[in-house]
Design a binder for this molecule. Structure first.
Ligand SMILES: C[S@@+](CC[C@H](N)C(=O)[O-])C[C@H]1O[C@@H](n2cnc3c(N)ncnc32)[C@H](O)[C@@H]1O
Length: 267
């Protein structure tokens, strides 16, 4: 099954709902705050700064950006009509934030029209990240800032012992819902190839020991396995119940490193 995040609108409606809920749950999860705040704090934002969040999903991170920088003009661009509709509904109270439907590899924006461009967990879901980043760099002004934050899915884990069923869920998630689990190790060579100067390359571990922040790994993989006829709904329900049991009794251990790269377009 292809990564449903590469073309969200072609996924079954119930899968789109799972993805939308997962994105909102993750954006609100306290374990993501140090990662997102880490790059937002590093940005130099003044009145009228144009910030473009490409692959904005339901806008969970985009709303955080618009809230933190009320004097900036924030635009979320997202190829999925379904996710964009949700993003617009959820952002109605933020006057400095707007959304439009668009493909990051073919943007409508003119050259050098943005000061900051953000790609938050997008590139691991696209087939040719270099083409997309090149297009994003086109709309950045000289001296503008590119932020790429993505998960190193090659190291994702949720197993407490070998053969742990929740560990199998993570493997099923990565093989079905991530296009390139090894993307993060390719980012610095990509920046060199595109002529960008890397100011920062940091790795922070996201460890989920409580709450529903990593339930997406179980929900999305179970839904795929059920639709493929590999498992039945009773096992999918049991896997979700097991996740919740661990979250409640303190034995949950979700682990995922996040890489943040901040680069500058040469003047
Ligand atoms: C894991 S989601 C992340 C969404 C959002 N950035 C967040 O962190 O909540 C990946 C997003 O990338 C989007 N995406 C996939 N291909 C894209 C492309 N070619 N251009 C822009 N966005 C794309 C998907 O539609 C999806 O919303």
């Amino acid at each position: 099954m292809p990564d449903p995040f590469t073309d969200v609108d072609t996924a079954p409606p119930e899968m789109i709902e799972i993805m939308a809920t997962a994105l909102e749950t993750r954006a609100a999860d306290p374990s993501m705050s140090p990662i997102v705040d880490g790059y937002l704090d590093a940005l130099d934002i003044s009145d009228g700064t144009v910030i473009v969040d490409i692959g904005a999903g339901t806008g969970g991170v985009t709303r955080q950006i618009a809230t933190l920088f009320p004097a900036a003009s924030v635009l979320g661009i997202e190829p999925s009509v379904a996710l964009t509709q949700k993003a617009v509904e959820l952002a109605s109270s933020l006057p400095n934030l707007s959304f439009s439907v668009g493909d990051g590899a073919q943007l409508d924006q003119s050259d050098a029209s943005a000061d900051v461009a953000i790609l938050h967990t997008v590139l691991s879901h696209v087939h040719d990240p270099t083409i997309l980043v090149n297009e994003v760099v086109r709309i950045l002004r000289p001296g503008g800032t590119l932020v790429i934050c993505d998960a190193d899915f090659s190291k994702a884990a949720m197993a407490n012992v070998p053969g742990d069923p929740l560990g199998a869920c993570v493997e099923a998630f990565v093989s079905r819902a991530v296009t390139d689990p090894w993307l993060t190790g390719k980012l610095r060579p990509m920046m060199r190839k595109l002529g960008l100067e890397v100011d920062r390359f940091t790795i922070q571990n996201r460890v989920v020991t409580e709450g529903l922040g990593s339930l997406v790994w179980v929900r999305m993989s179970s839904a795929s396995l059920v639709s493929e006829g590999v498992i039945g709904q009773p096992l999918a329900d049991a896997l979700e119940a097991e996740y919740i049991r661990r979250a409640e009794d303190g034995s949950l251990y979700g682990f995922l490193p996040f890489v943040t790269l901040i680069a500058r377009k040469p003047e």
